[in-house]
Design a protein around this ligand. Structure first.
Ligand SMILES: [Zn+2]
Length: 121
């Protein structure tokens, strides 16, 4: 039998054999007979590759420039950050209370914003 081995198939989790093959939705190891579902791996937590989206659903990335879409109250500032303020060079973070953007706002200094109040510029 001629078995085609794809480089994209994972090693057998039981015996680390590289000769796994697909059988329908399952992966099968011919060496130890183990069968498993590769989709099950997707339930593992993917910390670190969280997708951060702006208020309209654009995916944000480190270094992006965004525009604030609504006026934000800032402690100690009478005006706050006005809607339309451009924020350059954002950094995505896993901040507290849903604040997932770390940035520096002109006139305000470094702060954290929520992605839901910005739009990719
Ligand atoms: Zn195996």
């Amino acid at each position: 039998m001629d078995v085609t081995v794809s480089e994209t198939l994972p090693l057998c989790p039981q015996c680390s054999s590289a000769y796994t093959y697909e059988m329908g939705a399952l992966l099968v190891c011919p060496e130890c007979g183990h069968e498993w579902s590769p989709a099950a791996d997707d339930t593992a937590p993917h910390s670190g590759d969280k997708v951060v989206k702006d208020s309209v659903g654009n995916v944000l990335a480190d270094g992006d420039t965004v525009t604030v879409v609504k006026t934000l109250k800032v402690k100690g500032s009478p005006t706050g950050i006005k809607a339309g303020t451009k924020v350059r060079n954002i950094r995505l973070v896993d901040g507290v209370d849903g604040h997932d953007i770390d940035c520096k706002v002109d006139g305000f200094g470094p702060m954290q914003l929520k992605s839901s109040v910005v739009k990719k510029a």
